[in-house]
Design a protein. Structure first.
Length: 207
């Protein structure tokens, strides 16, 4: 039985135009994200089968598949909600104050976030995350969907820099894609994620 399910988009495929085309959104959500959902459910089933049989020869591969597809599913689920046809501008309130404190200003945060996005080699993500240990935000880069990810970080804002996220519309002009993407960022969603994350205790046993 499938554990993970493809979430519905909170808007129509074409709702983010002209910044992200409806064709890209349809392929990205309905095909690419669906593939990660299928992959994580398959990985869970295969891990269970390996335990039942006591056959762990392929465990390393199964664990990598599990991490890759679950990372893809989680990242994309946040990505869709992070965007809105009513997005853009800049954050206000507690989130704005937090970014000022951790990065110096919103403009400094945005420059840092963009540099991380444009520095992706191959496939990856730029991520604004909340550190449950330090109780502050960081910008980090994910390789593929999950590599280079500290376990104490909660994603608040994510930008997909895989080619399937932009190539049909922007071709190899990643910089323009990133610039245009800010027009659809839903700061209300990011603020809500920040408020929930900041209210959490770490759950970690640290010295």
């Amino acid at each position: 039985m499938s554990i993970y399910a493809l979430p519905d988009l909170p808007y129509d495929h074409a709702a983010l135009e002209p910044y992200i085309s409806g064709e890209i959104m349809e392929l990205h959500h309905d095909k690419h994200h669906a593939t990660y959902v299928k992959g994580i459910n398959t990985a869970v089933e295969q891990l269970a089968e390996a335990r039942e049989k006591g056959s762990f020869e392929t465990l390393s591969t199964l664990e990598k598949n599990f991490a890759f597809h679950l990372g893809g599913h989680v990242n994309h689920s946040v990505f869709w909600a992070n965007m809105s046809p009513d997005g853009g501008d800049r954050p206000t309130g507690d989130l704005a104050a937090r970014l000022d404190e951790d990065f110096g200003s919103f403009d400094a945060f945005r420059a840092h976030f963009q540099a991380v996005a444009l520095g992706v080699q191959g496939s990856g993500w730029s991520v604004l995350a909340w550190d449950l240990v330090a109780q502050r935000t960081y910008v980090v880069q994910h390789f593929d969907h999950q590599g280079n990810l500290p376990m104490c970080l909660v994603p608040l804002l994510v930008l997909d820099m895989w080619e399937h996220a932009y190539y049909l519309q922007y071709h190899n002009d990643k910089a323009t894609f990133v610039e245009q993407w800010w027009n659809v960022v839903s700061w209300a969603d990011v603020q809500e994620r920040y408020a929930r994350a900041a209210a959490q205790t770490t759950g970690l046993i640290l010295p």
